[in-house]
Design a protein around this ligand. Structure first.
Ligand code: C2E
Ligand code: CA
Ligand code: CA
Ligand code: CA
Length: 279
């Protein structure tokens, strides 16, 4: 959000006075950026509690023509409002599945799960499951390595339709995880109705776990809940050793955060973690 605010200001030509003008200019820039292939994938590694690499999360960045890197907080909401999240989301999925297909040949990378953020706008389309299935088939990505991250905002949608689309993808082997868990206001009953494989504990809870006497029991409760529902758990935003130690002691199986690995360009991720040998 911090980088996003600074970057957003850059698009605003002082000559463009109204919010509508600015919106239009940014929409145009987004559209052009998509056509020019300026949206690139970063990957952040995920580890098990013993420190073994188990997966990665894809985080999109906008690499502008002048080389500036813009974070998603500055453009995802605008892309959604402008009706551009469908082509952007498709691009991210195509690139992600391309990576999964490439990784098959590598002993380390080929065993990883790749988590891809999906906007609720994408799931509103009845075509979405077919679109994902087609991308998987066209790229040759193993569907079981793909995990789509949704936020609690999907619970505010037509639940039956969304659940149907999720089941259609589950039949292909694609998994779902619930991102930013605990920040929404959803009823816990949704956790049973939606075919989820994992919960991601929001980083706001992880942040305070060793500082705020109220944060620790919340994280403990989320871990217990996930376990009772047989869901995997990923803690995000692990920044220091005290947080890591707490989470491991509580039995959190999967960890992600700056302490363990920063988001990096996918090519750097492949160089860093791949190459151990052929699968
Ligand atoms: P998110 O899904 O909650 O992703 C995690 C965010 O936390 C990322 O920010 C990541 O860089 C950041 N992060 C990772 N480790 C740490 C840590 O230890 N400490 C702190 N403070 N932050 C950490 P990023 O990359 O700026 O992404 C922001 C949000 O943009 C994501 O939040 C996600 O909601 C959205 N997003 C990213 N890529 C996509 C995409 O391809 N499609 C859609 N629809 N949304 C995306
Ligand atoms: Ca996410
Ligand atoms: Ca998250
Ligand atoms: Ca978030």
């Amino acid at each position: 959000a911090k980088a996003g605010g600074r970057n957003t200001a850059r698009f605003f030509d002082p000559g463009m006075q109204t919010a509508a003008d600015r919106q239009l200019a940014l929409e145009g820039a987004l559209r052009d950026g998509l056509a020019q292939g300026e949206f690139v994938l970063f990957c952040q590694p995920q580890f098990d509690s013993a420190g073994g690499l188990v997966g990665a999360e894809v985080l999109v960045r906008w690499r502008r023509a002048d080389g500036e890197l813009v974070g998603p907080d500055a453009f995802i909401g605008l892309a959604e409002a402008a009706g551009l999240i469908a082509p952007l989301g498709r691009h991210v999925l195509e690139q992600s599945c391309g990576a999964l297909a490439r990784w098959r040949a590598d002993a380390t990378l080929g065993a990883l799960k790749l988590a891809v953020n999906v906007s609720v706008h994408q799931l509103r389309s009845a075509e979405f499951p077919d679109q994902v299935a087609r991308i998987l088939a066209d790229t040759g990505a193993p569907p079981r390595r793909l995990c789509l991250e949704l936020t609690e905002s999907v619970f505010a949608e037509d639940a039956a339709a969304i659940i149907g689309r999720m089941h259609a993808l589950r039949r292909h082997g694609v998994e779902f995880s619930l991102d930013d868990f605990g920040t929404g206001y959803s009823s816990l009953s949704y956790l049973k109705r939606f075919p989820l494989a994992a919960l991601k504990i929001d980083r706001s809870f992880v942040h305070d776990v060793h500082l705020d006497p109220d944060a620790a029991p919340i994280v403990e409760a989320i871990i217990a809940l996930a376990r009772a529902l047989k869901l995997d758990i990923v803690a995000e935003g692990v920044e220091n050793e005290a947080q890591r130690r707490f989470l491991v002691a509580e039995g959190c199986p999967t960890l992600q955060g700056y302490l363990l690995g920063r988001p990096m360009p996918i090519e750097a991720f492949e160089r860093r973690y791949g190459g151990a040998g052929r699968a």
